[in-house]
Ligand binder design. Structure first.
Ligand code: BGC
Length: 522
C-alpha cells in the first residue's frame, strides 16, 4: 500500500489538485435548525419506502455541529482542496426572497476555516437539495427554478465570492433528471419518463443563469459545472446492442454535455422534439454554452448495454442496492444494463473498471475539441468495509479495496492525460475523492458507504479508514518530492494507440476504444 502511494506521488503533475468532496444534504443534518427551510429531499426521504431501511437524513453525519472537527481531519489529510455544496434551503429557505443570516454564517465559517488551514474551497451551488417551495411549484419541470438558481448564485457570489477558488454551478443534472423526474427514485419522485425532458433543459439553463450571475459579480474564482460520465459499452458486436449503447450514451452523457460544450442538443433529441413542444431558444443555448473555466467530470464506472428488456432494466443486485425496484414493470424497456463478465463490483454492484476512466477522458477529448481544463470532481467506491476492533477496543477499518480503487483510478486519469496518453489533449487539473465521510447516500441511505472516514451511526465518532491514511501518505510523499526537487515520472505507454491497447478495453459507444465486435464477451 505504501509503495503505491509513493509511486503515484511520483506521477502527479506538480500543480495537480487532490481533494475530497461532499454535499450538504448528505452530511450536514440539522434540517430544522437555525432557520433552514425544508427541501424536497426532506419530504421525499420521510416518505416510507423511498429510502433503504427508511434511513433518515435528519442527522446524517452531524457535520453542521462538527464542522471544525471535519476540517481538522482534512488538515490532517493534507489535501489541497475541499469540494462541498451550499445548502440552498439553509441560505435562502424559500428558494426565493429573503436570506437566512445564520445559514450564510455557517459557510462563512467553513470557508474561513478551510483557508486558515491551507485548503482551497470549491463550492457547488446546487447538489440536489431544492427548496421545497420550488419543488411544490414544479421543481425543475418549471422554468422559473432556473431563474431562482441564478438569483441564489448572486447571493452566494456576494457572500463568498472573495474567497471561493472554484465554483460548480450544478452537480450531475443527469442524475437529477433520470432518477428524480424520469424514474421517480430520487426526490421529487416523479416518473415522467421521456416527458421529463424540460427538467434537463431547465437545469442547464439554471447553470447558464448561475454562471452569468457569478460572472456579473466578477468573482475571481474559476467557474464550471459537473456532469457524470459513463462510457457506454455494447454487450456484443450485435448491431442492436450497439444502437442501444448509442442511445444510452445520448441519454446519459451527450444530452448534458453537448449543449454546454457544443451549444446544441444531440440531433436525435432535436428530432424527438419534433413531436413535442420542447424547442429551446437561441438565447437559452447561448446562456448554456458560455465558456467555462473548467469542466467537472464525475467518473464512477462504465455501463454495459444490451438490446431488449432482459431480466430487468438494471442487474438485480444494483436495483436492490439503490433501494428501489427499478425493475418493477420494467419488462417493456427496449434495452437493459448488464453486468460486465469477470469483473469485480462495488457494494452498489457497480463494475470496477479503472481502464474506462481513461476511456471516459479519451471520449471527452475526441467529442469536444474545445474542452476547457478538467477536474475529476468525484470518484470513489462503496464497499461493505471490514470493521475490526483492536485489543483496546479501538475500531480499525482496513478498506484496502477502496485504496486500490482510488490508486488505480487516479493513476489511470493521470496516465491518460500525460504526453502520449489516450487523452493527452486534456489539461487534467485535479481529482476529488468521493467522499470524506460515510454519509447519507440518497435512496440507499447509510447502506452504501463511500467515506475515507467511518462514521459511527450512534455516536457520530469519526474513525479514519486505511484509505484515509493512504491519501495522507500520498499527500506527504508529494510534498516531500516537491521539497527535494523530485522530477515527476513520465507516464507509461508510447502513444494513443498503445495506451488503448495496454488498457485492453472493450469498445464503447463513443468509439475511443477498440471496436466491440472484436472483444465483446457476450
Ligand atoms: C453524486 C453524489 C453521490 C455519489 C455516489 C454522485 O452521483 O454526486 O452525491 O453520493 O455519486 O453515488
Amino acid at each position: 500500500m505504501n509503495a503505491s502511494a509513493h509511486d503515484l506521488a511520483a506521477q502527479l503533475p506538480p500543480e495537480f489538485t487532490l481533494g475530497v468532496a461532499t454535499a450538504a444534504f448528505q452530511i450536514e443534518g440539522a434540517l430544522d435548525e437555525d432557520g433552514r427551510g425544508p427541501s424536497g429531499w426532506d419530504v421525499f426521504a420521510a416518505t416510507p419506502g423511498s429510502i433503504v431501511n427508511d434511513h433518515s437524513p435528519a442527522i446524517a453525519c452531524d457535520h453542521y455541529h462538527r464542522m471544525p472537527e471535519d476540517v481538522a481531519l482534512m488538515k490532517e489529510l493534507g489535501i489541497d482542496s475541499y469540494r462541498f455544496s451550499l445548502s440552498w434551503p439553509r441560505i435562502q429557505p424559500g428558494g426565493s426572497g429573503p436570506v437566512n443570516p445564520k445559514g450564510l454564517d455557517f459557510y462563512d465559517r467553513l470557508i474561513d476555516l478551510l483557508l486558515a488551514n491551507g485548503i482551497s474551497p470549491m463550492a457547488t451551488l446546487y447538489h440536489w437539495d431544492t427548496p421545497l417551495e420550488l419543488d411544490e411549484a414544479g421543481g425543475w419541470m418549471n422554468r422559473d427554478t432556473a431563474y431562482r438558481l441564478g438569483e441564489f448564485a448572486a447571493i452566494a457570489a456576494a457572500a463568498y465570492g472573495d474567497r471561493v477558488a472554484r465554483w460548480v454551478t450544478i452537480n450531475e443534472p443527469a442524475t437529477v433528471s433520470a432518477n428524480g423526474y424520469m424514474l421517480g427514485v430520487h426526490s421529487p419522485g416523479e416518473a415522467h419518463m421521456l416527458k421529463a425532458l424540460p427538467s434537463v433543459h431547465h437545469q442547464l439553463l439554471g447553470h447558464g443563469l448561475a454562471m452569468q450571475a457569478l460572472r456579473a459579480a466578477k468573482v475571481p474564482g474559476e467557474i464550471g459545472l459537473t456532469n457524470v460520465y459513463s462510457p457506454m459499452v455494447p454487450a456484443s458486436g450485435n448491431p442492436l446492442d450497439k444502437v442501444s449503447a448509442g442511445l444510452m450514451d445520448m441519454a446519459q452523457n451527450r444530452l448534458y454535455a453537448d449543449p454546454v460544450l457544443l451549444g446544441k442538443y444531440p440531433d436525435a433529441i432535436r428530432a424527438a422534439t419534433f413531436f413535442s413542444s420542447f424547442s429551446p431558444s437561441g438565447e437559452d443555448m447561448e446562456l448554456i454554452s458560455q465558456p467555462l473555466d473548467f469542466y467537472g467530470l464525475n467518473y464512477y464506472m462504465p455501463t454495459r448495454v444490451a438490446a431488449g428488456p432482459g431480466e430487468g432494466t438494471v442487474p438485480k443486485g444494483m436495483a436492490e442496492a439503490m433501494g428501489n425496484d427499478l425493475n418493477g414493470g420494467g419488462s417493456g424497456t427496449p434495452f437493459h444494463i448488464q453486468s460486465f463478465p469477470d469483473t469485480e463490483i462495488t457494494a452498489y454492484g457497480w463494475p470496477i473498471k479503472p481502464d474506462y476512466m481513461a476511456v471516459a477522458l479519451a471520449e471527452m477529448a475526441e467529442r469536444y475539441p474545445d474542452l476547457p481544463p478538467v477536474y475529476i470532481t468525484e470518484g470513489g467506491a462503496s464497499f461493505e468495509d471490514l470493521e475490526i476492533h483492536d485489543a483496546d477496543g479501538r475500531l480499525i477499518v482496513p478498506d484496502e479495496r477502496r485504496v486500490r480503487y482510488l490508486a488505480e483510478h487516479i493513476g489511470a486519469a493521470i496516465e491518460a492525460t500525460s504526453p502520449g496518453g489516450s487523452a493527452e489533449s486534456i489539461e487534467l487539473r485535479g481529482y476529488y475523492v468521493w467522499s470524506l465521510l460515510d454519509n447519507f447516500e440518497w435512496s440507499a441511505g447509510y447502506k452504501q458507504q463511500f467515506g475515507l472516514i467511518h462514521v459511527d451511526r450512534d455516536t457520530m465518532a469519526r474513525t479514519p479508514k486505511a484509505s484515509f491514511y493512504w491519501l495522507r501518505e500520498l499527500m506527504a510523499a508529494r510534498k516531500q518530492r516537491a521539497a527535494t526537487g523530485g522530477e515527476p515520472v513520465p507516464a507509461a505507454g508510447g502513444g494513443a494507440e498503445s495506451a488503448r491497447e495496454a488498457a485492453n478495453v472493450e469498445g464503447t459507444a463513443g468509439g475511443a476504444a477498440p471496436d466491440a465486435a472484436g472483444t465483446a464477451a457476450g
